[in-house]
Design a binder for this molecule. Structure first.
Ligand code: IYR
Length: 220
């Protein structure tokens, strides 16, 4: 059976422009910092939806697009998420985490207190769909689910940053409460909670460095 194809819509740039584009993209992305102090200033829904549209273009296993993004703006839902997340985080910081893990987190200044889950205008709960359902009700296998949704989260974070928003990837563990609070089906599992909005006026970020290129890249 032959499957339909269409001509590739590929944008080719002059070599010099490619260099400036690559450098400018890096220069923009390197400014993205994980923010933990958000303003409650509202962010338009349509802006958020375009960012989710961008995430939905991510390459993924067999084009099953095994993801679902829940945009949470509702204050009551945000409160419920904060309370549930803080409960898990308290268990983490007060016992579940190893001393080694807590030492690794110390420079970031994180703790079980997560006010940003209520302050920020938007939370995006990212769910991975471990399997799908065909129109006839049978189960559709999904492939490379974690990789696919991980790439989509990368696209989403880059899109939100590009749009001019601050972001935070929050991974309370375990995250089962998100599926319950947001009433997602049993084939879905929360992978990450992304907080988006404007930073507060006083927001500060820890001094951290990124590994030099020589440490993260080998040319053969
Ligand atoms: N989930 C906890 C702990 C935490 C873990 C890692 I790895 C981080 O990079 C940051 C935090 C929390 O959100 O506080």
């Amino acid at each position: 059976m032959s499957h339909p194809t269409l001509p590739l819509d590929f944008q080719r740039y002059p070599a010099e422009q490619m260099r400036t584009r690559a450098a400018a993209f890096y220069d923009d992305l390197r400014r993205r910092r994980t923010v933990r102090d958000f303003s409650s200033e509202p962010v338009p829904r349509e802006l958020m939806l375009d960012c989710v549209r961008a995430a939905g273009t991510a390459p993924n296993g067999a084009n099953m697009q095994p993801w679902h993004f829940v945009l949470v703006e509702d204050a009551l839902l945000k409160r419920r998420i904060r309370l549930a997340a803080e409960e898990e985080e308290r268990a983490f910081y007060e016992g579940r985490a190893s001393d080694e893990w807590l030492a690794a987190l110390a420079p970031l200044g994180t703790d079980a207190h997560k006010p940003f889950l209520e302050t920020a205008p938007w939370l995006i709960a990212v769910f991975q769909q471990n399997w799908g359902t065909r129109p006839d009700g049978s189960k559709q296998r999904h492939y490379y689910v974690k990789e696919s949704v991980g790439i989509a989260c990368g696209f989403l974070l880059a899109a939100l940053h590009h749009a001019g928003l601050a972001t935070l990837t929050h991974t309370p563990s375990p995250m089962g409460f998100l599926r319950e609070i947001l009433e997602r089906p049993v084939n879905e599992r929360a992978l990450m909670l992304i907080v988006a909005g404007y930073p507060s006026e006083e927001a500060r970020v820890p001094v951290i460095t990124k590994k030099p290129l020589a440490d993260i890249c080998t040319i053969l």
